[in-house]
Write a protein that binds this ligand. Structure first.
Ligand code: UDX
Length: 448
């Protein structure tokens, strides 16, 4: 099938590459000339395992093309994906201007029937707005061309986006048109071979499903973080509790890992946006507000642990090794990352950091520039050198089996603050190190 994808960011590029890989002809359109030129030269703007090979391979096979020319894109596909960003407005609600602008562009160019598919995460009712925007433009042009607007939210996770896209658990399609349903089923047929993954529902329900899914997951995390904070103060080890409750199949083991808060481009934005949408219709979404509030303070927990360890004294002159800058492993993304809250709080106190992240160091440099109090180190071991303590922010695999003897040798204050509960406290302490995780019952907070 001929498919066009507008917006070659994270979601758009992954979706385009995966559709091309199963044999569709995909035209990618973006307004950013440099990005398009880079993609043609095999330079991929984001880090995602396997993506470069997939893009380069399908570009060579001419199943994937890149252009800044909207006319080429609109002419190319009967199916037109909109995968542009929906950044938060000043008040936290989703800014739809990019989505509407692409829809307007398609309407002002199209001269044959099209299916417009919204892939971006958008509030309930957006498809209706897109539909009427297109209709206004077509009637201004004096044209009567048939078109459908479909909602098809993505559920991909950074770091495993290709896998999520190639082997989705479900494909949600919101439409009330039989023609659109037929074409969408055909498009996704290669992904539904083992079992039918396509779920057809009305457009508004599809739009809401995406928000409800992300908010549910964020709720699980904030709930566990609250339990961890209680465990901390009650002398309970949350990791034992996690296993204990996870074994109940109604609860399950997924997404109940306590830590130093969730970040990324989706959870913080989507929880906020749904809470704002609720407010607009006069509903007070108490759980969503609490989820956000808990997460906000959870990002400060590591810093509080550090402060408590030093009995509230100033951290000026201290140097901390920081392992992990990305908001989660297998990505270089630092959007809303807990590391940023930690770094900024440490700097505010006059402390220095020696940071190491397997992928996100360039990103840290881009965000913070060159500064005396942030030294980016080539290896995790180098980051320990002459540091007072170690702070772990991201659960990269390579941090899971550390050399505790080396830590003991290098860390002046012989202390580890672990925001992701990577180690067994008894094992670390047996090496002569102090160890403070999240909710491990070590009650470091009492020292404040
Ligand atoms: C998320 C959703 O999982 C995905 O379905 C949606 O399409 C986009 O948003 P992503 O933001 O890539 O994906 O990351 P995810 O793996 O979900 O992790 C989000 C954050 O939650 C990370 O900061 C992670 O460290 C944190 N997390 C996750 C926890 O703190 N505890 C957990 O148990 C799970």
């Amino acid at each position: 099938m001929n498919v066009t994808v507008f917006g070659i960011g994270y979601v758009g590029l992954v979706q385009a590459a995966v559709l091309a890989d199963v044999g569709h002809n995909v035209c990618c359109v973006d307004v950013d000339q440099k990005k398009i030129d880079d993609l043609k030269n095999g330079i991929i703007p984001i880090f995602e395992p396997g993506l470069t090979d997939l893009v380069v391979d399908n570009f060579k096979k001419e199943r994937l093309q890149f252009t800044t020319d909207a006319q080429t894109g609109v002419d190319h596909g009967e199916l037109q994906f909109i995968a542009v960003g929906t950044p938060p407005d000043e008040d936290g609600s989703a800014d739809l201007s990019y989505v509407l602008s692409v829809a307007g562009k398609i309407a002002s160019i199209m001269d044959s029937p099209k299916i417009i598919i919204n892939k971006s995460t958008v509030p309930v009712g957006t498809a209706d707005r897109v539909r009427s925007h297109i209709s206004d433009i077509l009637s201004m042009r004096g044209l009567d061309i048939s078109y459908d607007v479909v909602s098809n939210p993505e559920f991909l996770k950074e770091g495993s986006a290709l896998e999520d896209c190639m082997r989705p658990e479900r494909i949600i399609i919101g439409t009330d048109s039989e023609d659109a349903e037929f074409l969408m089923r055909e498009l996704y047929e290669p992904f539904s071979r083992n079992r039918d993954k396509v779920m057809i529902m009305d457009v508004r329900s599809a739009e809401f499903t995406k928000y409800a899914a992300n908010c549910m997951l964020a709720t699980k995390i904030s709930f566990m973080n609250e339990m961890a904070n209680l465990a901390e103060r009650l002398g309970v080890d949350i990791e034992e509790v996690r296993k204990g409750i996870g074994s109940d199949s109604r609860i399950g083991y997924h997404f109940i890992y306590p830590g130093c808060g969730y970040g990324g481009s989706c959870f913080p934005k989507d929880v906020q946006a749904l809470e704002r949408s609720a407010r607009e219709i006069g509903y007070d979404a108490k759980i969503l507000k609490a989820v956000e509030e808990v997460n906000h303070s959870q990002k400060e927990v590591l810093f509080h642990h550090v402060k408590s360890f030093y009995n509230g004294k100033s951290l000026a002159g201290k140097t901390f090794a920081v392992w992990g800058l990305a908001f989660k492993p297998n990505t270089d993304d630092m959007r809303q990352a807990s590391s940023r809250v930690l770094l900024e709080a440490l700097w505010q106190e006059g402390a220095k950091v020696q940071a190491y992240d397997p992928e996100a160091m360039e990103e840290a440099q881009r965000i913070y520039g060159i500064r005396d109090d942030m030294v980016l180190m080539g290896t995790k071991e180098a980051a320990l050198h002459n540091a007072d303590g170690l702070i772990i922010v991201t659960e990269w695999k390579s941090f899971r089996v550390p050399d505790f003897e080396k830590m003991l040798e290098e860390l002046k204050d012989k202390v580890i603050f672990d925001g992701r509960n990577l180690y067994d406290p008894k094992r670390v302490e047996a090496h002569g190190l102090s160890y403070y995780g999240i909710g491990r019952g070590r009650s470091i907070i009492k020292k404040q």
